[in-house]
Design a protein around this ligand. Structure first.
Ligand SMILES: *Cc1c(COP(=O)(O)O)cnc(C)c1O
Length: 424
């Protein structure tokens, strides 16, 4: 069970004399009342605190924290992070346009991903981003060609696969030898030599990303060792590397995970990087916004089936995909004070799929109409949402002290069908 202590770590508390859980100084019952449910809610201070933790831990070297946009690409969130000095890690042209619209600095953008299209490459070249994190020989050739055609030198890093086991869910492990991401260190060496001979390419860095929700430091440090070894041998060959990008951030607390300390991480890196004079980049997404967001949902029905008590809520797998996609565990708590005896229940959504289960075997006091909060949904929540079952996506609200601001409106029926209304 989540205690008041761990709730505080999420910026949540029930003030004395109040019956509703609050995020910062705003009642979550009021948010549910005002904006309806399901509804994503984020804490500005939790997000900024997480960013500042990275910035201060990594301030022992020249560094840049590049927020991974795919974790949560809401324009207001991007604007907030840009205003506080974040760079961005993007994986598509759409994410690039979002960052630019939010006022992000092109020289703080790195572009990852295995399948960059010609259109995406051209857009990023014309924008003047910091680095293309290239993941194959074919991509290097395409990038060099597009840059030559446009008369622009393309800034390049090769994404190396350091082949370490991150001990995370197989769907979010990217550093295994069989992963589709990055290239082996042997291939990387060849690609750097090729790149050095291409006039339209400017080698700026090296990159790796071994996976997500990694709750131990060893895999990160092992990856850093392998990358450093390669940097040293490249430098020996006369190829200089201006920045080392160590990929995504540390895992977060969903249930009982102990999360690695960023200071310990940075200090361990500092020891290894004594002979490296360039900049260190990291690309955290989950650990910037994961614990700073939750999903409010209302109980539609209670239903008993063979020895199980189901709580059917108005949020489903289309709103929050992680439980059905990764068997992810999210804490689910009542926003108000329970009026009935707590019982063991399964919380399920309305979507017509058996995998639409948000939480199993939870001890909760619930009644029809109660508002529940699904915690740690800030990252890979709204961003993975879909309209499956023709369900409009939920609104998003940003809390700042006593204020709350709608940062995305609830989609309407018109939003569902407007791209299909093609005149005959
Ligand atoms: C998803 C991703 C990240 C962010 O990972 P988190 O675990 O959310 O910090 C960073 N870099 C790349 C290349 C990614 O694909």
């Amino acid at each position: 069970m989540t205690t008041q202590h761990s709730l505080r770590a999420f910026g949540l508390h029930t003030p004395p004399g109040k019956s509703s859980l609050h995020m910062e100084s705003v009642s979550l019952s009021d948010i549910a009342q005002h904006h309806g449910t399901p509804c994503y809610v984020y804490s500005k201070s939790a997000i900024l605190q997480a960013l500042h933790e990275y910035q201060s831990a990594f301030s022992c070297f020249p560094s840049l924290i590049c927020y991974a946009v795919k974790a949560n690409p809401n324009l207001s969130i991007l604007r907030l992070l840009a205003e506080h000095g974040a760079g961005f890690d993007i994986v598509s042209g759409g994410e690039l346009l979002r960052v630019l619209e939010a006022g992000g600095d092109p020289q703080r953008i790195v572009f990852s991903g295995v399948g960059k299209s010609i259109e995406e490459i051209d857009l990023a070249l014309k924008t003047g981003i910091l680095s293309f994190n290239v993941e194959s020989e074919a991509e290097l050739q395409r990038l060099a060609k597009r840059a030559a055609i446009l008369g622009i030198r393309a800034p390049l890093s090769i994404r190396v696969n350091p082949e370490v086991d991150a001990h995370t869910h197989p769907y979010i492990a990217t550093g295994l030898r069989t992963s589709k991401f990055g290239v082996s260190t042997t291939t990387a060496r060849t690609l750097y030599q090729q790149a050095a001979a291409l006039p339209s390419i400017h080698i700026v860095g090296i990159d790796c990303h071994i996976g997500s929700q990694i709750t131990r430091l060893e895999p990160f440090l092992e990856a850093a060792d392998k990358v450093l070894e390669l940097v040293e041998s490249l430098q020996y060959e006369g190829i200089s590397i201006e920045h080392i990008d160590l990929g995504g951030g540390v895992g977060i607390h969903y249930r009982d995970e102990e999360c690695p300390s960023l200071t310990t991480y940075a200090n361990a890196l500092q020891n290894k990087l004594k002979n490296f004079n360039g900049r260190i980049l990291v690309e955290p997404g989950r650990s910037i916004i994961g614990n700073g967001g939750l999903l409010l949902t209302r109980v539609e029905y209670l239903k008993s089936i063979a020895e199980r008590q189901l709580v059917i809520v108005d949020a489903g797998m289309n709103d929050l995909m992680r439980p059905s996609l990764y068997q992810a565990w999210h804490d689910i708590i009542a926003v108000g004070l329970g009026k009935t005896e707590a019982q063991i229940v399964d919380i399920v959504g309305p979507v017509c799929e058996s995998s639409d289960v948000l939480g199993k075997d939870r001890l909760l006091s619930v009644q029809e109409g109660d508002v529940m909060a699904i915690l740690s949904c800030g990252a890979y929540g709204a961003s993975m949402g879909s309209q499956y079952n023709s369900r409009p996506r939920p609104p998003e609200v940003l809390i700042d002290g006593q204020e709350s601001r709608l940062i995305r409106y609830r989609e309407t029926f018109d939003d569902l069908v407007k791209s299909e209304r093609i005149p005959l």
